[in-house]
Design a protein around this ligand. Structure first.
Ligand SMILES: Cc1cc2nc3c(=O)[nH]c(=O)nc-3n(C[C@H](O)[C@H](O)[C@H](O)COP(=O)(O)O)c2cc1C
Length: 202
């Protein structure tokens, strides 16, 4: 019997949207037969900033039990799915800081030949979903990683419409993670696990 794919889902989330999508990806990864580590990037903001925003404080408390990602988790993984809220059309500092801790593994060639994918959320449509995912994937090119974007590989992808990765528009937190985003997350997790399994078997 083939060894299960090891999937790390490494995300940053302030106000909980990305944390919710990350859980969906994790559940779908498990259902697809992977061994999954659901991990968060360490918070960099001061406690006063977190406490000033009730949604941020609530998510911070709700995810206190989620382990903080370390480079060893990425070394362990066959596949990594990174998630971030957009920050002015770019990757959040917290997730980027985690990626920057991977320099040692990069220097040893240990980030190469793994499967990578990404997910994102924004407050409004057309406000950075593609640019954030493409910026995230810049780093993957440096890793020598294999980007498994969802593309339009499933009819449901024509509903959410983002081939670069799962994305959600939170509408300033008025639009909770819905079935369209959950379906996109499921498709992405299944695809990442399938591609990683094929590479592992090869
Ligand atoms: C500093 C900052 C910059 C942001 N930049 C954008 C942006 O460029 N476009 C956008 O639509 N939302 C932007 N947002 C909103 C968040 O990306 C969005 O609400 C996201 O879904 C939050 O995810 P989370 O709930 O997982 O933290 C920004 C938020 C902050 C705090």
């Amino acid at each position: 019997m083939a060894t299960p794919v090891k999937l790390a889902i490494v995300y940053y989330s302030s106000t909980g949207t990305i944390a919710e999508v990350a859980k969906e990806l994790s559940d779908a990864g498990l259902k697809a037969g992977a061994e999954v580590r659901l991990l968060k990037a360490a918070e960099l903001a001061p406690q006063t900033a977190i406490d000033s925003n009730p949604a941020w404080a609530a998510n911070h408390a709700a995810t206190a039990g989620v382990p903080v990602a370390t480079p060893a988790d990425v070394e362990w993984a066959d596949a990594v799915i990174f998630g971030t809220p957009t920050r002015f059309g770019n990757v959040s500092a917290q997730l980027k800081q985690f990626i920057d801790t991977l320099g040692g593994l990069w220097a040893e060639g240990k980030l190469a030949n793994k499967v990578y994918s990404g997910f994102v959320s924004t407050a409004t449509a057309h406000a950075g979903q593609e640019s954030t995912l493409l910026a995230l994937y810049n780093s993957v090119h440096h890793f020598g990683g294999i980007i498994a974007s969802p593309g339009f590989t499933d009819p449901a992808k024509f509903v959410d419409g983002n081939p670069y990765g799962t994305s959600h528009v939170d509408g300033q937190l008025s639009n909770p993670v819905d079935d369209v985003t959950r379906t996109a997350a499921r498709i992405q997790a299944e695809r990442v696990v399938q591609i990683a399994a094929r590479l592992k078997a090869a």
